[in-house]
Design a protein around this ligand. Structure first.
Ligand code: GMT
Length: 376
């Protein structure tokens, strides 16, 4: 199968999932063509079945904003024609689904068929997609997709509530390479050389956007640290970083908070955590929480969106209402001060994470591809 994958190359869940899927498909014998404006950050290995096609920019003084969607559409047409794509799989609806639709129409005029599948990841529906400036085009390009998938049941429900979608949406959960994560967990050293033996590490990984509510994490940490010797490791970077740095200073926590900056593959650092925090305003899935669970790290998260399909309250961690910092503090202390309970949660987290192993998820995408190609 010759598959085109369109995704964002930047740090973020949708690009990471799209790239890992492409790599898995390539190992499975498919030829995979990534189409993006930069090399996807996880695409850092050679595989003869993977080709990267860069969307070209045309600089012109008239363009205050680069017409990316047009450039992307042209690139899809070009790749489809010269690489004989069987199908196109776009990750994150905006503007990838509408570019795919347009490319499909152009190819149709040349008597070439290019079905496209749209995978919804989260903010393309829950935040950005709800904006009136995007709503009509999202609805149209979803209704014209040959198949739609969403990464959780909650995201499917929210998509159906927000847009009038006539198409079926198939839930295909995000995945991890469970055994690779286990191997990393066993061989990794602690990321903090100055950590004393009885100190606990709380951790969070993200692209530091408002939706992640990192200020809640700092508040939880400030309270936990009063009772238990601990450190907070914040991995990533993004628009909220300066304000979080200020908050950490104001709370006199600088000595115990580490900002690592952006790290393309944070799994080795993650292995050092005792507790993973994800208090997001909205989270369609929470891939980083799943990665933590695969390492046996319990998760304290919000209960918004699809996180509750990953992190099971009272079993693999705890889920709290958005902004309910007091409950997050209570549950963090409950786990960190009770070794027996903590160990039970560790086992539960690993068992739950195993269900999301790539071996269980890849066949779902392969079956969907076959179904879409069969309909042609
Ligand atoms: O929000 C992010 O961190 C990035 C965003 C994306 O689309 O790049 O992540 C979304 O997709 C991930 C992969 O499917 C999910 O694990 C995240 O939960 C989701 N983020 C939100 O819904 C806020």
């Amino acid at each position: 199968m010759n598959i085109g994958i369109v995704c964002y190359p930047t740090f973020g869940g949708s690009g990471a999932v799209a790239t890992e899927l492409g790599i898995a498909l390539a190992k499975h014998g498919c030829k995979v063509h990534f189409i993006s404006y930069n090399l996807p950050f996880k695409l850092n290995q050679f595989n003869e079945n993977i080709v990267y096609h860069e969307v070209e920019w045309y600089e012109y003084p008239l363009f205050e904003y680069q017409p990316y969607e047009s450039a992307l559409t042209s690139k899809i047409v070009d790749v489809a024609l010269y690489e004989n794509l069987d199908l196109l799989h776009v990750h994150y609806a905006i503007p990838h689904a509408s570019a795919a639709y347009m490319a499909k129409q152009i190819l149709k005029s040349k008597k070439i068929s290019l079905p496209y599948i749209t995978t919804l990841h989260g903010t393309d529906i829950t935040l950005v997609g709800k904006d009136p400036s995007f709503e009509p085009i999202i609805r149209f390009s979803l209704n014209n997709s040959d198949a739609i998938t969403s990464v959780s049941k909650a995201l499917k429900k929210e998509t159906l509530q927000t847009f009038k979608i006539d198409n079926n949406i198939e839930v295909i959960y995000n995945f991890i390479d469970f055994y690779k994560i286990q191997r990393i967990r066993q061989s990794a050293n602690c990321c903090l050389s100055n950590k004393s033996k009885n100190e606990k590490i709380l951790m969070h990984i993200s692209n530091f956007r408002k939706v992640k509510r990192i200020d809640d994490i700092v508040k939880v940490f400030a309270a936990v640290r009063k009772k238990i010797p601990s450190k907070l490791v914040l991995v990533g970077d993004g628009p909220e970083k300066p304000s979080i740095e200020r908050l950490v200073r104001e709370e006199h926590l600088s000595k115990d908070v580490v900002f690592t900056g952006r790290i393309a593959d944070p799994l080795e650092i993650l292995a050092s955590a005792d507790l993973y925090l994800l208090p997001s305003e909205t989270e369609s899935f929470g891939l980083s929480a799943l990665e933590a669970m695969a390492m046996g790290i319990p998760v304290i998260s919000s209960n918004s969106g699809g996180i509750t399909e990953v992190n099971i309250h009272g079993k693999t961690g705890f889920t709290c209402n958005v902004g309910d910092v007091n409950s997050m503090i209570k549950y963090s202390l409950e786990l960190l001060t009770n070794p027996k309970k903590y160990q039970q949660f560790q086992h539960n987290a690993i068992d739950q994470a195993k269900k999301f192993d790539i071996k269980n998820i890849l066949p779902k995408y392969m079956n969907l591809y076959k179904k879409v190609l069969g309909k042609r």
